[in-house]
Design a binder for this molecule. Structure first.
Ligand SMILES: *Cc1c(COP(=O)(O)O)cnc(C)c1O
Length: 392
């Protein structure tokens, strides 16, 4: 059967076949290299991603199974797995750009990506222009002869703005530049950016795809075979490759992706809705709330709205710090996408290097709290949050 839904395809992952039968699960090939009888086959495998497996920095059957599974979910032609989300992002940026090139990136970016773009501009002469995530005209206005790439995130951190993927990708295509979309917060179950005109999708598989907070990984999916081969070849040289065991754990986690996303989204809806009515809360940011600036766009692009939300405490920085010390079920930790609910206070952790003005420019308040909602029982989550709010 060919037209299976994503919820079924994540369960029935592609498996490398063995003589005469196929294992139910993807085997772990924990080996650094492969042995050859024929030196010509050896040589051929070093030069292309679809030859024989040679060395784990180039390719490995377990890693390849992960690449095929994620590529299939995103509707791509092929994928390159990496040792982390930043490894995947840097493989793309460094593999496709050169000094003097110009990149247009949305203003609200994952911290590591913003840091890297800044570093590449300071040390390697990359030119970067930031635009709003929902303004195709700003892309048209920013394009120059040396513009190579538009960089977007489906759902941004921590204020959960949703990018206008169809409009932004179309503007990039008109200008003849590539679009790269970080789809980590949505997962391919909620959004498939290639269907909206993107050329490349990146993920931190650390988050929803693996789903159990037990590894760091990343992956890049391509709409085009030539682009895939170019980045694969650069990935072999850069060495930000994916370890087979991390790939195996990611595949194992991915089989429950659809179930987990359903619960993450449902729990986020319960918490976001109830937070909205609480007197200690000044504002709630979750794209599934009708008064969120991205609501209409999000409803067009996604069947549900993700598991990350943030809210502003009326009591500001002090209330943020107090909330963190009172909450119990939600764990005080970075990252997202695992089964446990995690909470952080951007002003004192992830964005502590920003002063009040810098926080304001990023749209983050001193009392903003970010929740990465897990799959616990929603009433336990809410009781914990309500208790911490009532103590303020
Ligand atoms: C976590 C994250 C990254 C970086 O991924 P790592 O696996 O931590 O390297 C990139 N983009 C987004 C949106 C993320 O959440």
């Amino acid at each position: 059967m060919t037209d299976l839904r994503p919820e079924t395809r994540v369960v029935h992952l592609p498996k490398p076949s063995v003589h005469g039968s196929t294992p139910i699960t993807v085997p772990l090939y924990q080996t650094s290299g492969f042995v050859f009888d024929d030196p010509a086959v050896f040589a051929d495998g070093m030069g292309r991603p679809d030859g024989a497996y040679v060395y784990a920095r180039y390719s490995n059957p377990t890693v390849r199974a992960l690449e095929e599974a994620v590529s299939d979910l995103e509707g791509g032609v092929a994928a390159v797995a990496a040792g982390s989300g930043m490894g995947a992002i840097n493989t793309v940026l460094l593999g496709l750009l050169q000094p003097g090139d110009h990149v247009i990136a949305q203003r609200a970016l994952y911290g590591g990506t913003a840091h890297m773009l800044h570093d590449l501009s300071e040390r390697y002469g990359l030119q970067v222009t930031h635009v709003p995530e929902n303004d195709p005209q700003a892309v048209r206005d920013a394009v120059r002869p040396e513009t190579k790439l538009l960089y977007l995130e489906t759902i941004a951190n921590p204020m959960t703005q949703v990018a206008d993927l169809p409009g932004m990708c179309a503007a990039a295509r008109e200008a003849g530049i590539l679009t790269v979309v970080d789809n980590t917060f949505a997962s391919p179950l909620l959004c498939r950016p290639l269907e909206h005109g993107a050329d490349i999708v990146v993920h931190s598989t650390t988050k929803y795809l693996s789903g159990h907070a037990d590894l760091v990984g990343g992956i890049t999916v391509f709409a085009d075979d030539a682009l895939y081969r170019k980045v694969w070849s650069y990935s072999c040289a850069l060495g930000a490759s994916c370890d087979p065991f991390a790939a195996w754990l990611t595949l194992r986690g991915m089989q429950t992706l659809a179930l987990r996303m359903e619960r993450h989204c449902a729990n986020a809806r319960t918490v976001a809705t109830r937070l909205t009515g609480h007197p200690a809360v000044a504002a709630v940011h979750w794209p599934g709330l009708p008064d969120h600036p991205s609501y209409e766009l999000a409803a067009k692009l996604m069947p549900d709205f993700g598991g990350v939300l943030s809210f502003d405490l009326a009591g500001g920085r002090e209330a943020g710090a107090k909330f963190m010390s009172t909450i119990e079920v939600a764990l005080l930790a970075p990252s997202l996408g695992g089964v446990e609910t995690l909470v952080l206070h951007p002003a004192t952790t992830s964005h502590r290097f920003l002063d009040e003005d810098g926080l304001a420019a990023a749209g983050i308040g001193p009392g903003t709290v970010r929740l990465a909602i897990g799959i616990e029982h929603p009433e336990d989550l809410w009781a914990d949050i309500a208790r911490a709010l009532d103590a303020l």
